[in-house]
Structures are given as C-alpha cells and as structure tokens.
Design a protein around this ligand. Sequence first.
Ligand SMILES: [Zn+2]
Length: 539
Amino acid sequence: MARREVLKAFRFTLDPTRAQETELRRYAGAARWAFNHALAAKVAAHQERKQRIAALIGGGLAEEAARKQIKVSVLGKGVIQKAWVRARGSSRNGAEGICPWSHEVNNYCFQSAFDDADAAWKNWLDSITGKRVGRWVGYPRFKKKGRTRDSFRIPHNVNKPGIRLVTHRRLRIPKLGEVRLHDSARRLVRLIKCGQAVVRSVTVSRGGHRWYASVLCKVTVELPDKPTRRQAAAGTIGLDLGVTHLIALSQPADLGKGPTQLLDNPRYLRATTKRLRRAQQALSRTQKGSTRREKAKRRVARLHNQVAARRATFLHGVTKRLATGFHIVAVEDLNVAGMTRSARGTVQNPGRKVRQKAGLNRPILDASPAEIRRQLQHKTSWYSSTIAVADRWFPSSKTCSACGRQNPRLTLADRVSTCSSCGLTMNRDINAARNIAVCAVARPGVQPTGAGSDPRNVNVKAPATGAFTTMAIFQSLSAHGLSTDRANASIMSIPGVMPRARSSIPAPACAIPARSATCGLRPRACRSSCTSLTSRAAS
Ligand SMILES: [Zn+2]
C-alpha cells in the first residue's frame, strides 16, 4: 500500500430555493462576463501585434524580422485583474465603471474566470506551437449567454474556510449561503472529519434544470501496489466496444446484471428519442423571444440532461467493476472523433449521404466508447489494475482467436465468424474481444499501474503479422511480476487462446544461480518450477 494524495471531485446535485437559483445564475453570468473581459484584452493585444507586423512587412521587411521586432505582450491574469479593480466602479458609492455590480457576487468568480481565460489562451498557443499533445485546441472564443454552460468556480481559502458541508444535506458556498443538496454528502463529510480530505474549490454548473456543485478535494488514498488476489486470479479481460452490444467480453463477467459475455447497449438516447422529438418540434413552433420558447427550450435541455445522467451512472458502474475485478483490462484504440465525423463537408464541397452518416454516428456516440476508455484509464490506476491498449490497426474482428488465421472477407453484416482453418464458430464480437485481450497483453510496454505509474503512457502496438504467441503473453505477464502459476492461470483465463500452444508454455529460466557466489551454497529461494534445484538445495 502506498499513500498518495490525489485530487478527487465530489459532485452533488443542488436543490436551491428560487432566490438562490437567481443568485446562481447571476454568479455564472459574472464569471462569463469576466472571461469575456479578459479574453477581449488578449485578443486586442494579439490583433495589435498582427497589425504592426503587417505594417512592417508592407514597409519591405522580411516576415521573420518583423515578428522579432514587434513585442506586444498578451495580458495575463495579474495585469487584467489590477486594471479591472481600478476600472470596475461600484453602484454602492455611485462610482462609474465597467461593472458597478461586481460587489453583488463573490469576488472569486471573477478571479477564476480570469484564470480560465489564461488557460484557454495558453492551450491554443501550445497547440499551434506543438507543445500540447492530443486534440487540436482552437482560438479561444467568447462565451455567449444561453450557448455556453452556466458555471462558476470559487477556490477555497484554508485560513477562512468558506466552503463547507454544514450537514450531510447542506453545502455552504461563500457569500451565497447554505444550499440544500439533493443527495447525501455523508461520505465526504466523514473524509473531511478524519482529515483525509481537504477542500480545494467548488465549481457550480447548470445542466438542464439542475444545478450541480462539484467539490474538488485533495484526498489521501491508499493505493495498492499490486493487484488483489481476486484481480490476479481473474487475469485479463478483453473488451470489444460496439454498437449492437455495448461491450463484448473475452470471458464472462458480472458487470452489474449477472455474469454475461455480451453487455447490451442501453441506448439511453434512443429511449428518449420520441419525447425529445416532440419537445424539439414544439420548440421549433414557438416564436423567437417568447416566454413559451424559453419554456420549450428548458424542456429539451432537461431531456438531454436526463440522458447524460443515466448514461454516466451506467458507465461508471461498468467501468468500476472492470477495474476492480481484473488485473489487465485490454481495449482497442478507437478513433471515435474520426469515426463519427460529420459527412456534411464544406459549402464549396458538400458531402454525400449526410443524413445516413448522422444516423450511423448517433448510436456510436450514444454508446460513448471514448468515455468508457477515459474512465478505465483513471480507474485502473486507482485499483492497481492495468489498462492495455491494442493498436488501432490490429484486425481484431478478422482474426481467428483460436488459430490466428485472418479472414479478410468478413464484413460488418457477418455477426458470427467462422474460421475456415480450425472451424471455430463464435460471435464475432466475442472473437474480437479475445483477440484484443491477447494482442494487448502480448506487447512489450504494458506497464502495471497502481502506485506511482501513469496509465496514460501505456500504448501497445499490434504485431506486424497479426500472429501472437502464448510465449509472448507469458513473458509479458512475468514482466508484470506475476508468478508462473498466476501467469498460467491468467493465460488460461483468456478463452480460446491457442489451445495447442498451452502445453508449450515454458518453465521460466531460473534467475537464481546454482551456487551462491559468497558461501558456495545452493540457494533455497527458488519458487519457480526448477524443482530439481529446490529439492537438491533442501536436501
Ligand atoms: Zn481458426
């Protein structure tokens, strides 16, 4: 067990009074104003620089030299905040200014919004200079009321603790007062009382008709260094994420509804489609700017929020069971953004079959494969399991999980795969899940997670030929510190893994020398299958 401090957010649904809700909206509005104010200052500085460079280039200077010559700093939070304090004014003493109402809301709303603007600017800058990995971040955009999510953040002052849970059902937010909670905060209250959690900040946001408070805490947790006995015994599980079935598993597992190998996709969006369609039709019939339009809008937002909440609850349950129940969770590396890209195209070059593509995208996004992967990544690091990612181009569906033969003619319509070589006939998705389990584990670079390791670094390349050997898996598992027995058990737990090769699992070479270099005696501590050495040492 290793003690570590991690940041965890505890999310509660708020039950504000009418007056409190008005206040919450006002706070969110102030944060939006502050973000836009800070961003406007940055954009202005950026534009000024661009214009001056253009003027120099127009004067005959080379672009690079012009860029070097012009120094216009994009204002950071410190400068912006100081200027804002001078210029804000106040309606209390009649001082004119840019936001005389600022004293009506918590001052920290402004400060954290200035921080957010800094972060947005930096993300874009890092993205264009190549410092930032992952998805491209675009030029920061202004927040528009009704378009962006209503949200504000208040940091916690340790010397003057303003954010606190008064009871299990009441959260005190500085200046706003006590807000009732829909759900119980008993767990967090207990953690704070025994000093295991320290509040860092609270972020309040609105989704549909609900307001949520996400209390960010620094929590001291005990992270297990190695998988539990149950996890080690369960071994590896491969997941094939799909649309018909949300998840196909390489071995039967209980993910909340009894042991199964094919987990149905609940398709919460589809379940709400009828109601959502009616609500959207009603919305489109209303007049812009009318009270009825606002009402209809709220109804649509409420339905969407419901779908999101149900999906989140379900996925969290599934991913927790996977992370706590197995040693290695193997998934496929899916390019969800690419898979579900709109076919719309551009004005000059419009795409074809846009509606059909949208119809294909909807169930994929309803299954939210990227979210499953994201949740598994952090949960495996909490529960000392490992996530192994198989290569994006690994032909998991087209390969036979028993003999490794590839069938390039398999199409999406074939729900059952039959191998022409060994005659294995099984559900196509389960076959893929088995292959993913084997492929992901067999690659070097699969690192055990748990204390001190970062699961995000685990990325595994597919074998060049699509063939993998039991030997490779065995070596990979041994590298994870699994004993011979455990490694064997783990391999056997991948159903259909090359039954012919099972007998060829080698006894690992004994790392302990036959005789000690210092005393010349034979060591006794060999636990592996070199029985001859152990028995001789014992005698
Ligand atoms: Zn086969």
